[in-house]
Design a protein. Structure first.
Length: 75
C-alpha cells in the first residue's frame, strides 16, 4: 500500500506539534544534504559577485537615506 505525500502529511505530520514538525523538517533537510549534494539545485545560489553587489547597493541606499534625514547643526 503506497501513500502519497499529501496523505502522509494529512494523516501523520499535520497531527504533530509545530516544534516536532520543525525538528522533522530539519532531520529531512540535513539527511538530504549529507546524502547527495547533487540533489540540491545550485542554479539560484548567490555568487560572491552577487553578494558584493548587494552590499554595494545597500551601502549606497543607506548613505542616501542617512544624508537626506540629517538635520543641519545649529551651532
Amino acid at each position: 500500500m503506497s501513500a502519497t505525500i499529501q496523505e502522509i502529511y494529512t494523516q501523520i505530520l499535520q497531527t504533530l506539534l509545530p516544534a516536532d514538525r520543525l525538528r522533522l523538517a530539519t532531520l529531512i533537510l540535513n539527511d538530504l544534504v549529507q546524502q547527495d549534494v547533487s540533489l540540491i539545485d545550485q542554479s539560484d545560489t548567490w555568487t560572491e559577485e552577487d553578494q558584493l553587489d548587494l552590499v554595494d547597493f545597500s551601502l549606497q541606499y543607506a548613505a542616501i537615506g542617512y544624508f537626506d534625514s540629517e538635520e543641519p547643526n545649529d551651532l
